[in-house]
Design a protein around this ligand. Structure first.
Ligand SMILES: [Zn+2]
Ligand SMILES: [Zn+2]
Length: 272
């Protein structure tokens, strides 16, 4: 269980996520199901199924938010990195702890912010203020890093948001296409239903598209065994442009750690 990250953006995005989910639930149950299917067996079926998807979504979100993404433990005793802080060659002299670590893990690097050693593919997140194993990116929507240990929960969360968005759009479309002889003729009720359904369609379309883009990005990362940070570093080193879905993802799920990680790799981090 990781501690809550004190990031203002994340602390705003978390309640926003819950408000969006519960608003979708309210509109679907109150203004779609109860208004247009109240005398049908489809009403309890869709109400139960829609809320089951919401429960699974919130459970995956909670696990992605509260799980340890793979933080590198900080050393119990302060290590001697004097050879790294100065311009001396990084190989010597070293403290006994540093030398022992060096002998065991030749390909490990040093994070001068955490002042500890870290395995290959770990990156420092300036928001979490920790190095994260196989860090993909920091996501304000879960107020946590997406790393080696919680990426599966993050992907589950994306899948359930996608399913919920498509399901909500499907129910709204069905409710408007099907004839509804028992629907209320009250103008104010009709107007409220129209307004709530329009907001829900906009919300579901927006979240659905963003989530599908991020899900595609995550599955591509898994298929290529390359994190988002590594992909961006690779395209930067090759002089290539950033793919469109990465650009969109950076707007939705910003990548504040990328520039700092690459900076550290080129300036502060020495291979040991
Ligand atoms: Zn670090
Ligand atoms: Zn982070």
């Amino acid at each position: 269980m990781s501690t809550i990250v004190k990031d203002p953006c994340g602390l705003i995005c978390i309640p926003l996520t819950y408000v969006a989910v519960f608003y979708a639930d309210y509109v679907v149950v109150r203004w779609v199901i109860l208004q247009t299917m109240h005398d049908s067996l489809w009403a309890p079926f869709h109400a139960v199924l829609f809320n089951t998807v919401i429960f699974l979504l919130l459970f995956a979100h909670l696990r992605a938010m509260c799980s340890d993404p793979g933080a590198i433990p900080l050393p119990e005793t302060q290590m001697d990195f004097s050879d790294i802080h100065t311009d001396r060659l990084p190989c010597f002299p070293r403290s006994p702890e540093s030398s022992a670590m060096l002998a065991q893990h030749e390909d490990w690097t040093v994070c001068t912010r955490c002042e500890t050693y870290r395995p290959p593919r770990a990156h420092h997140c300036r928001i979490c203020k920790r190095c994260i194993k196989r860090m993909d990116h920091h996501c304000p929507w879960i107020n946590n890093c997406v790393g080696e240990r919680n990426q599966k929960y993050f992907i589950q969360f994306l899948v359930f948001v996608g399913v919920l968005s498509v399901y909500a759009l499907f129910l709204v479309i069905v409710s408007w296409v099907q004839a509804c002889p028992d629907c209320s003729d009250d103008v104010s009720i009709k107007q409220s239903r129209i307004v709530h359904c329009i907001i829900l369609v906009m919300e579901s379309s927006l979240f659905g598209i963003f989530v599908l883009v991020i899900l595609y990005d995550q599955l591509e990362s898994l298929a290529n065994d390359e994190t988002t940070i590594e992909q961006l570093q690779g395209s930067k080193e090759n002089g290539g442009g950033v793919p469109l879905h990465k650009l969109l993802m950076s707007q939705v799920c910003r990548l504040p750690c990328y520039s700092r990680a690459s900076y550290q790799r080129s300036h502060n981090v020495h291979s040991v």
